[in-house]
Write a protein that binds this ligand. Structure first.
Ligand code: NAD
Ligand code: UGA
Length: 462
């Protein structure tokens, strides 16, 4: 091992967060060695190849710049732990599916396993950084597991939650709104916190590096996601009302968003929010509130999830009803499967729910997506009446309906006349993201169904 590096940083977990965050630290800090380890050898092989395991705009360039210079990927967790001064833990923390708290609490088994591996392989004191999103007060448990060692070693646990969004991860990491670092309010805690501030200060302006106590940092991450998800559920709730009253949800969103106290971002009504974290983190917050004897708080936040499920269901129900209450045997083309544009990630994508419900009604569903077809095939592996077609034109041929499920830019510029000509009539289009030119589509001959706006049809609905 070379000693030319100022610091040796390890990250355990080479996923959507560990990979991009550490690649950017390595890019911005060539003086540090950054090593990312994972138990999943396929993932590590992909990180070491030309085909990275995740699609994220700008990621290839960052990895290419740093890999082999000061950025390394391997499965050697033990060796990685032994040489590191600072260890980020970025393993998955999914919703628990068994036992106490099933369906809401975080499953911390991967988390605790890493803590125990760290104790086992360590020969010197280290700073341990929670990068994963965790229930508030996890750092306490982490400290107890780590510091109950008989080697006389001391571990300082920090919370440094990640706020990047997929699809814009590199942009978010290069230019974050803020970096949050929480520590114990002890002399050693504050010293460790300063070490982390110094790392980020290599490229993040000092005023954007926020420090707090460790519990505030842990809780702030869950609260940030809950507030973001709540905004989407709020505007989606209003979209249902708009459809009944002939108000236009985009006009309402614009009108309220110009109030600087409300702000204009995250007010796009949609088929529902997806992604690996919103649902998981809101449910975790609900569970924490329940466990702390606060049922009113828990119910308040749980409604964010209920509203999201309602929105997904509403979308499918509208499709079935618009298609004369029977879709059995009808070809339906889904445009988009990723949970948002510019990512290959399909975790908790509303498209999964939509595809499954349509398949349950015996429709012939064709899925199209520029980056997410591989994941889509895994998500729907148990279904028979699903096919996959990269080319949206092919996928729409002979279809009774097209549904926009992901807001990929490419769907805005397709030749919809050509698509209309190739479809069964009456041709329907369901824009689950409100991204298309609805007047134009209506002019072509489509019956157009939108979120939070009245439908535009060429016939009276039954
Ligand atoms: P992920 O599933 O993509 O990656 C986690 C990785 O950890 C996997 O590759 C897994 O093999 C590895 N792992 C699990 N146990 C391990 C062990 N004992 N040793 C070594 N590797 C191990 O998950 P992700 O999306 O990167 O999320 C990680 C954490 O970051 C979660 O807590 C999540 O809530 C949080 N987060 C995610 C995002 C996001 O956009 N995905 C954003 C902010 C925060
Ligand atoms: C979200 C947060 O934005 C990140 O700050 C956070 O770090 C991350 O979760 C996490 O903890 O995992 P992400 O899920 O990657 O990021 O993507 P978002 O841009 O937040 O979108 C989430 C979902 O909401 C997508 O399905 C998106 O299409 C939907 N959405 C978003 C809407 O329906 N309307 C909007 O106005 C915005």
């Amino acid at each position: 091992m070379s000693d030319k590096f100022e610091k040796k940083i390890l990250c355990i977990g080479a996923g959507y967060v560990g990979g991009p965050t550490m690649a950017v630290i390595a890019q911005k800090c060539p003086q540090y060695k950054v090593h990312i380890v994972d138990i999943n050898a396929d993932r590590i092989n992909a990180w070491n190849s030309d085909e990275l395991p995740i699609y994220e705009p700008g990621l290839d360039e960052v990895v290419k710049e740093a890999r082999g210079r000061n950025l390394f990927f391997s499965t050697d967790v033990e060796a990685g732990i032994e040489e590191a001064d600072i260890i980020f833990v970025s393993v998955n923390t999914p919703t628990k599916t068994y036992g106490v708290g099933a369906g809401k609490a975080s499953d911390l088994q991967y988390w605790e396993k890493t803590a125990r591996s760290i104790v086992k392989a360590s020969k010197a004191n280290k700073i341990i950084v929670e990068k994963s999103t965790l229930p508030v007060r996890t750092a306490e448990a982490m400290e107890r597991v780590l510091n109950a060692n008989d080697k006389g070693l001391k571990f300082e646990v920090l919370s440094n939650p990640e706020f990047l969004a997929e699809g814009t991860a590199i942009k978010d990491l290069h230019n974050p709104d803020r970096v949050l670092i929480g520590s114990m309010e002890t002399e050693e805690g504050r010293k460790a916190r300063q070490t982390m501030v110094d790392i980020y200060a290599n490229w993040v302006p000092k005023e954007r590096i926020i420090t707090s106590n460790v519990w505030s940092a842990e809780l702030s991450k869950l609260v940030a996601n809950a507030f973001l998800a709540q905004r989407i559920s709020s505007i989606n709730a209003i979209s249902a009302l708009c459809e009944k009253t002939h108000a236009d949800v985009q006009e309402v969103a614009f009108a309220i968003g110009t109030d600087s106290r409300i702000g204009s971002k995250f007010l796009n009504a949609s088929v529902g929010f997806g992604g690996s974290c919103f649902k998981k983190d809101v449910l975790n917050l609900v569970y924490i509130a329940e466990s702390n004897g606060l049922p009113e708080v828990a119910n308040y936040w749980e409604a964010v999830i209920t509203m999201n499920e309602y929105q997904e269901d509403r979308f499918v129900k509208q499709m079935i009803s618009a298609m004369f209450n029977t879709i059995a045997g009808k070809k339906i083309a889904l445009f988009g499967f990723a949970f948002k544009k510019d990512t290959s990630d399909t975790r908790e994508s509303p498209a999964i729910h939509v595809a499954r419900q349509l398949a349950d009604e015996n429709a012939q569903v064709t899925v199209s997506d520029p980056k997410a077809l591989k994941n889509a095939k895994n998500d729907l592996a148990d279904l028979k009446n699903i096919s996959y077609e990269q080319d949206p034109y092919e996928s729409a041929k002979g279809a009774h309906a097209v549904a926009i499920v992901t807001e990929w830019d490419l769907y805005k510029t397709l030749d919809y006349q050509k698509i209309y000509d190739s479809m069964e009539k009456p041709a329907m289009i369901f824009d689950g993201r409100n991204i298309l030119d609805h007047q134009k589509l209506f002019g072509i001959g489509f019956n157009v169904y939108r979120i939070g706006k009245p439908a535009m049809t060429h016939f009276d609905q039954i």
